[in-house]
Design a protein around this ligand. Structure first.
Ligand code: NAD
Ligand code: SER
Length: 319
């Protein structure tokens, strides 16, 4: 990979992926793009940055040619809760943006990565140790978009030979940029509120297990899959990858080990709870491990120690 263009680069994943990739491939070689520009962000100040609306195919093709890219990482999308509130907008951005990005990858003959999600599964999917290849009948607009996206990426590989790759991310937990409207956001919010006020009101109900992953493992997964030997990839797109699975009381208990005074109560949001209830408890990552060596370094305990330390270093909760 010599010239990489990233869409949705100011989001939760993009802000960390761009900085990591600039460190590996060179600052000038990672072109960050987003619908908006955040003036002080290192994504904007440390290398090329361009405004790009992914629903504009001509603008994306123009940038791909201008920078002579050989890799396109497509991240721009609406997440599950936002997509459920604005389903038609989600269809237009999530599907319109993806087909534009795949077309650009076909036109300039570049490698392609886009993430799917645990949201690609639904209530009829086996909940525990969810297999790589299984029933996918999601009941959310986000899930419909993700399943269609997985199939579209497979189609562009088979029909046009585009080197498409992707993973199904679980909920991602990070300290650089806040998540952008997902169902798993509670597992990030809880750390901020623990430090700010010593208490947290969870919008996800007690007993609701979901797969989660710490951002450093997610960033490594993207880079490792993009660098993987293509001849070893049987699935290519939508690899299940998981690091830990927990319910709200388990993350609260882990925080309590560091902050014994921390307390959590519940005010369940029926929309996000309904989405969470339709998702798996824990996915089986065997295919990702076997085909390209996926590993996760962080479990709940190691992540909690690091999250609290990094947020304190940012001044979160300081009086
Ligand atoms: P995010 O919401 O944090 O960031 C998305 C970015 O896309 C934002 O910076 C936004 O400004 C930009 N954007 C929105 N509409 C756009 C448009 N029309 N044109 C260009 N940019 C636009 O999202 P994220 O968490 O970084 O997620 C990135 C991808 O990863 C998405 O496909 C998401 O479904 C997937 N994913 C994320 C998670 C997670 O927990 N964060 C989990 C599974 C999958
Ligand atoms: N974290 C994401 C969401 O909740 C999972 O795709 O939408």
């Amino acid at each position: 990979m010599k010239k990489i263009l990233v869409t949705g680069a100011l989001g939760q994943i993009g802000s960390e992926l761009v900085m990591k990739m600039r460190g590996i491939y060179g600052s000038e070689n990672v072109i960050a793009t987003d619908l908006r520009k955040l003036e002080g962000s290192p994504v904007v100040t440390t290398g090329p940055f361009e405004i790009l609306d992914v629903t504009d195919h001509e603008a994306m093709l123009h940038l791909a040619k201008k920078y002579e890219i050989d890799t396109l990482v497509h991240l721009a999308a609406l997440l599950s809760a936002t997509a459920e509130a604005k389903p038609l907008l989600a269809w237009n951005i999530n599907m319109g943006g993806l087909v534009n990005a795949l077309e650009v990858a076909r036109e300039v003959k570049c490698k392609f990565f886009t993430p799917s999600s645990i949201g690609a599964f639904g209530p009829s999917t086996p909940k525990d140790n969810t297999p790589q290849d299984t029933i996918q009948r999601p009941t959310t607009m986000y899930g419909v978009n993700k399943v269609a996206g997985e199939l579209l990426c497979d189609y562009y590989y088979k029909k046009f030979g585009v080197d498409t790759r992707g993973v199904r991310f679980p909920g991602l937990i990070s300290y650089e940029v806040l998540p952008g409207g997902g169902t798993t956001d509670y597992a990030v919010d809880i750390y901020y509120e623990a430090l700010k006020s010593g208490k947290y009101t969870s919008f996800i109900a007690s007993g609701t297990k979901m797969d989660m992953m710490y951002m450093p493992d997610a960033i490594s997964a993207i880079i490792n899959l993009l660098e993987a030997d293509a001849s070893k990839l049987i699935h290519r797109n939508a690899f299940n990858i998981a690091a830990m699975s927990f319910e709200p009381e388990e993350i609260a208990a882990e925080i309590k080990k560091h902050m014994p005074e921390f307390i959590m109560d519940y005010n369940v949001d029926p929309i996000r709870q309904g989405i969470a209830d339709s998702w798996p408890n824990s996915m089986d990552s065997t295919c990702a491990k076997n085909e390209w060596g996926f590993v996760a370094e962080y479990d709940l305990a190691k992540m909690t120690t690091d999250m609290l330390q990094k947020l304190r270093a940012k001044g979160i909760g300081a009086k």
